[in-house]
Design a protein around this ligand. Structure first.
Ligand code: GAR
Length: 192
């Protein structure tokens, strides 16, 4: 059983999909910790509902990224976390975390990278008028949504309807992240 931490800044629907895949036996892993930079985010409530411990921090009470990341690394080491799963964590990962977890950090992004990196990828795609967007799961490096791609899936934009497009993207994200994590964390699993 692989010990993981999920980093999130928002609603936590991807956290929940991963936790449910673990609970129903599809993914052999344990979420030891949810890390959030938004102590009031809904992901905190979701984590509590599943009995998953939360480490919440406020970036502005630290003097640098290196300072808060050092504390995160300590919290992860205390729990023997092996992999970091970013799920709507809206901060760039710095050198402290990257060097503590080389090639052990993955992210999900709501576009077909390298299109529309950064914030509000769904809004960017709709603004641009693309007809097809999608979801990307990738390894994290020092760039913004740049590391090697693990998996992608296409999603048709619902023209003029951001909410419906977002709902489609979320549904695809939950499935794609689950499949990618099974391949990555349980490579000999016969379940996929
Ligand atoms: C997801 O759509 C994820 O792809 C996106 O944030 C959302 C979080 O939703 N991440 C990024 O934009 C990263 N650049 P959730 O909190 O319901 O899982």
């Amino acid at each position: 059983t692989t010990k993981v931490a999920v980093f999130a800044s928002g609603s936590g629907s991807n956290f929940q999909a991963i936790q449910e895949a673990i609970e129903n036996g599809e993914l052999d892993a344990k979420i030891e910790l949810v890390i959030t930079d938004k102590p009031n985010a809904y992901v905190v409530t979701r984590a509590e509902n599943f009995g998953v411990p939360v480490f919440a921090f406020s970036a502005k009470s630290y003097e640098s990224k290196a300072a808060y990341e050092a504390e995160i690394v300590q919290a992860l080491r205390n729990k023997e976390v092996e992999w970091i799963i970013l799920a709507g964590y809206m901060r760039l990962i710095g050198n402290t975390l990257l060097s503590a977890y080389p090639n052990r950090i993955v992210n999900i992004h709501p576009s077909l990278l390298p299109s529309f990196p950064g914030k509000d990828a769904i809004g960017q795609a709709m603004e641009h008028g693309v007809k097809i967007t999608g979801v990307t799961v990738h390894f994290v490096d020092e760039g913004m949504d740049t590391g090697p791609i693990l998996a992608q899936a296409a999603v048709e934009v619902v023209e003029g309807n951001r909410e419906a497009t977002e709902e489609r993207i979320h549904t695809v994200e939950h499935e794609l992240y689950k499949k990618s994590l099974i391949q990555l964390l349980n490579p000999t699993s016969k379940l996929h």
